[in-house]
Write a protein that binds this ligand. Structure first.
Ligand code: ZN
Length: 305
């Protein structure tokens, strides 16, 4: 095992010792992003003016994601890397540390959120819950932050970034209003969201839901039999109508929970699949942050009504 790790480190070290390709001044800014939410955001601001390479596609779990050799060479050739940070991309931390010695800029979007508004967590080395995108108010702060970063790094396109960013921020304002109107149709006592892992704490805080994740904050921990039984009792006691699968987490954990409720002579339905740590397929509505959020909220409200 140790030998294996050393070998990977040696490979990464070799790749990072390679020189970046020499760039023409007129070439587009080469941006690498980690999660699909960040990819979508940066594309909205940069449009055709920049090159955006997202590492993680739909259905990919960022907690468990490891950089492939192809990823490392994309990272080396990037001018700038935007990642979530707060230890969301747990297995990429080492790679980013190595990159600090390169002339590639690495920017954690999580840094833009005031620490006092972050939800604490003992689980992550950051001491904070990294699922910050599930409050649109946070996403607006992050959007403004990314606009400012791109303006500084690529000043010749600053005006375009500002105007694209303004359009996107207006869309996020509209999204917030739509979401709140939809959520307000669900009585407060029915706002209990049970999912595979704790990705929705910011959502719960922003939109008045009690949220419970079976696997805790990261998918790296498996739920035990006791956790399943405890949560099954909670579902029965609180008359929860539906529980939810997540697109980036295997559905067996939620199916085990449903079976535990059934074995106690109660019924709970699977209310649908939510997009938690990754967007849907590209070129679908759920392949965008805004579409994903609308889809999740509609699915939740329809199932819990
Ligand atoms: Zn997560």
């Amino acid at each position: 095992m140790i030998k294996h790790i050393l070998l990977i480190c040696a490979c990464i070290a070799t790749l990072f010792s390679c020189k970046k390709e020499v760039k023409d001044k007129n070439e587009k800014l080469n941006v690498v992003t980690t999660t699909s939410m960040i990819t979508d955001l940066v594309k909205n601001i940069g449009g055709d003016l920049i090159e955006v390479n997202g590492l993680m596609g739909s259905g990919v779990d960022p907690h468990l994601y490891k950089a492939s050799e192809g990823d490392v060479s994309k990272l080396i050739n990037a001018d700038v890397v935007f990642y979530n940070g707060l230890h969301l991309e747990g297995k990429l931390v080492e790679v980013f540390k190595k990159m600090a010695h390169q002339d590639t800029k690495t920017i954690a979007i999580g840094e833009s959120i005031d620490k006092n508004t972050l939800i604490g967590s003992d689980y992550f080395a950051s001491n904070y819950d990294p699922h910050i995108w599930f409050d649109v108010a946070n996403w607006k702060i992050i959007t403004t932050f990314v606009i400012d970063q791109l303006k500084t790094i690529d000043p010749k396109n600053a005006e375009a970034f500002a105007s694209n960013g303004k359009i996107y921020l207006d869309q996020l304002d509209k999204l917030e209003t739509t979401l709140k109107n939809t959520i307000n149709t669900l009585p407060i006592e029915k706002r209990i969201l049970v999912t595979a892992h704790d990705a929705f704490s910011y959502f719960g805080k922003a939109y008045d839901f009690e949220v419970v994740g079976l696997q805790g904050l990261s998918t790296a921990t498996e739920a035990g039999v006791q956790d399943v039984q405890k949560l099954a009792n909670f579902i029965i006691d609180n008359k929860v109508k539906a529980i939810f699968v997540e697109s980036s987490v295997p559905k067996r954990t939620i199916e085990a929970l449903q079976a535990a409720v059934t074995s106690k002579n109660h019924q709970v339905t699977i209310g649908g699949t939510l997009f938690s740590d990754a967007l849907g397929n590209p070129n679908t509505k759920e392949g965008t942050y805004i579409g994903m959020f609308e889809y999740n909220v509609t699915t939740i409200i329809n199932a819990l009504k």
